[in-house]
Design a protein around this ligand. Structure first.
Ligand SMILES: Cc1ncc(COP(=O)(O)O)c(C=O)c1O
Length: 399
């Protein structure tokens, strides 16, 4: 909607304005030298739908940036969005904003695992999660994923149970759902088992669902919100935002959702009330617009990314067959095993230096990261082809 209430087309536009990205000091495009092509940080390159930019333009036009009373509207927008897309409707009153997903995740993890208690991660794992325990003085436990040559990266709940038997102090599973960097979408059977184990072994699940909208039609499982699993209410806190789907990370607005009042109280009361702060008005307005009007645009985005994912797989198989890429169920992230090229301990650094492509170093994702790089394919086909050209040339010359 425009400021005057007219509708503009929310068709997804797959083009990328590289000059704008670089000129706008977008971190993805400006961190490395201007010659390098960025495929690192988990952000796609597309403009959000007009309904989002129009909502922000209307916010600016009104020029009223004071305290507001629309916090509750975010919960209602989130509830409508998840009900329409995933068939699960949270109670809007049990949703509150925070500044970003990592803030909400850290708040929930530190509320539910006392100092010295254990937090379980699923490596290879989104590298920023690895910073939480050392700085918050919690113990870090690992439930490593398994790699099957056919199925790719999977979760084995029996491994989780074995860990819980060994480590009775584990109080939180920090659950990345869908999973960054592998793109795996855990199915309802795995989710159900986790919830059962949470009751049996007395731990909580902090479910980061920021990548939920980016699940491909041929995924091994549809996306099932963790809280929709029977028995999840007393054990699960969900943290999410529209930032990955709509590339809104700079606007700083996320939500924390609960289904149990005691759990919400426990998380809220664990921290001084002023510490979490509130999301910004601009971020809230953009979030509500995205979750209210962004469905068709999101479908267009997923269709585009799906094509690019398969294009990437096809080109790598044909041109650098020593690279192993399991088709991700979701996300615009490819977790590439390049170990057969003998690039040493830091393959991403070598690829940046030799090929001019900035990927993320696999070892940053912890256990299971050796010999891997994470490549972001969330861009235009033209930019992705340039990235693949360079990657292929680099791997062929270095390997
Ligand atoms: C799983 C996951 N959670 C959280 C974030 C960061 O979200 P935010 O910027 O809202 O903290 C990312 C960004 O890559 C992510 O992949």
């Amino acid at each position: 909607m425009t400021a005057t209430g007219d509708c503009r087309s929310d068709a997804f536009d797959p083009s990328v304005d590289v000059a704008l990205k670089r000129g706008n000091r977008n971190a993805k495009w400006s961190k490395h030298s201007p010659d390098a092509l960025p495929a690192w940080v988990a952000e796609h390159d597309f403009r959000p739908p007009p309904s989002v930019t129009d909502a922000m333009a209307a916010t600016v036009e009104r020029g009223d940036f004071g305290y507001h009373d629309i916090e509750a509207d975010v919960g209602a927008a989130y509830a409508r969005w998840t009900a329409a897309r995933y068939g699960w409707k949270p109670d809007p009153e049990m949703v509150h904003t925070c500044v970003d997903v990592l803030q909400g995740v850290t708040a929930a993890v530190t509320a539910l695992a006392e100092p010295g208690a254990g937090v379980i991660l699923t490596p290879p794992i989104y590298h920023i999660f690895l910073q939480i325990c050392p700085t918050a003085r919690r113990r870090q436990f690992e439930w490593p994923m398994r790699c099957d040559p056919e199925l790719g990266w999977t979760f084995d709940p029996d491994d989780l149970e074995a860990l819980l038997q060994r480590e009775p102090d584990a109080r939180v599973l920090l659950w990345c759902h869908p999973h960054n960097p592998t793109g795996r979408v855990a199915d309802a059977r795995v989710l159900q088992r986790i919830v059962e184990l949470a009751h049996a072994y007395d731990f909580y699940v902090v479910s980061d669902e920021i990548h939920a909208d980016l699940v491909y039609p041929d995924s091994s499982s549809p996306f099932v919100p963790m809280q929709s699993i029977p028995g999840a209410a007393q054990r699960v806190v969900t943290v999410t935002s529209p930032a990955k789907t709509f590339a809104l990370s700079g606007l700083r607005c996320a939500v924390m959702a609960y289904a149990d009042r005691n759990l919400r109280r426990r998380v809220r009361e664990a921290h001084p009330p002023l510490l979490l702060g509130h999301a910004a008005r601009t971020g809230i307005d953009a979030t509500i617009a995205a979750w209210t009007h962004g469905a068709a645009w999101t479908d267009g985005l997923v269709t585009h990314l799906h094509r690019l994912r398969d294009h990437l797989v096809d080109r790598l198989r044909a041109e650098v067959p020593g690279t192993v890429m399991h088709r991700p169920d979701s996300t615009f992230l490819a977790w590439l095993d390049v170990s057969s090229y003998g690039l040493g301990e830091a393959p991403a650094a070598r690829l940046l230096q030799q090929a001019g492509v900035a990927t993320s170093e696999g070892t940053a994702f912890g256990t299971n990261g050796d010999g891997h790089v994470r490549l972001n394919f969330g861009t235009s086909k033209a930019v992705l082809d340039r990235i693949i050209d360079r990657l292929v040339a680099g791997l062929q010359s270095l390997g």
